[in-house]
Design a protein around this ligand. Structure first.
Ligand SMILES: C[S@@+](CC[C@H](N)C(=O)[O-])C[C@H]1O[C@@H](n2cnc3c(N)ncnc32)[C@H](O)[C@@H]1O
Length: 232
């Protein structure tokens, strides 16, 4: 399988479950022990590769954290980088789904609905993904709302990936809760950046702009809808 890449500094070549990404600085072998296409989720492979690369770059600076794991697609990419570097990924998700995953909504998946409880439950799918991807010793699932986890969080982070609730309040809470823990040189990654409102919801783009305006982050090349910022 060959991926054409939007970014001019990455040229992915090859195949099956292993991707070799050629950068200006050398070759990175991205080993995923799972067929990523079999994992339910919303991340484009190019975005996943960019997350993997970013996590690899900052591995010495501290653990990584994502908000919004769902069935573990983004977790596989970030976790694979952490596995390689003996780092840790905290994967925060209450596994009750975002607004769009609820019964009757556009992205509802009946396979992830516990009708006895009347609740979305993506946690068992997530655990299966982690097992199949060989990431159980690397990924720490934190099954709670982002806000509650952040309340007592004190560990500096090398990379934060925000892909949780997409309402204005949820995105703002995630940004305010987590961006302050990123160490200088680390990354803030935000999914679903749509500068044109015609293309999608504006909450992730709004927090991306807030981060830029804060003066603490500088923009990196955007990969499809993945906004990437470096903590100065
Ligand atoms: C768009 S999905 C994440 C997709 C995932 N990153 C992927 O690669 O497929 C959003 C996830 O965020 C979770 N979520 C939404 N609001 C949350 C909150 N306040 N705290 C924790 N998780 C939340 C939902 O349960 C859902 O699983």
């Amino acid at each position: 399988m060959v991926f054409a890449h939007q970014s001019d500094y990455i040229l992915p070549v090859l195949c099956h479950r292993s991707f070799f990404i050629v950068f200006c600085s050398g070759v990175i072998n991205m080993d995923l022990l799972i067929d990523i296409d079999e994992v339910k989720g919303f991340l484009d492979p190019e975005e996943g590769q960019a997350l993997y690369h970013a996590a690899n770059q900052v591995m010495a600076l501290g653990p990584c954290l994502e908000v919004g794991s769902y069935c573990g697609k983004s977790t596989v990419y970030l976790g694979a980088a952490c596995l390689k570097s003996r780092n840790t990924l905290f994967a925060v998700d209450h596994h009750r789904g975002s607004e769009e995953h609820q019964l009757g909504e556009a992205y509802h998946d009946p396979d992830l609905y516990d009708s006895s409880l009347g609740q979305v439950d993506s946690f068992s799918a997530f655990r299966q993904t982690m097992l199949r991807a060989g990431l159980e010793e690397v990924v720490v699932p934190v099954v709670a709302s982002s806000e509650v986890v952040a309340r007592h969080w004190a560990t500096p982070l090398s990379l934060v990936f925000i892909d949780g609730g997409h309402s204005h309040q949820a995105a703002l809470t995630d940004y305010q809760s987590w961006s302050r823990h990123i160490v200088p040189g680390g990354y803030l990654a935000i999914h679903d950046i749509f500068p044109d409102p015609e293309d999608g919801g504006q909450a992730p783009f709004e927090i991306y702009q807030l981060a830029l305006a804060s003066g603490f982050f500088e923009a990196q090349p955007t990969i499809k809808t993945l906004g990437l910022l470096k903590r100065i």
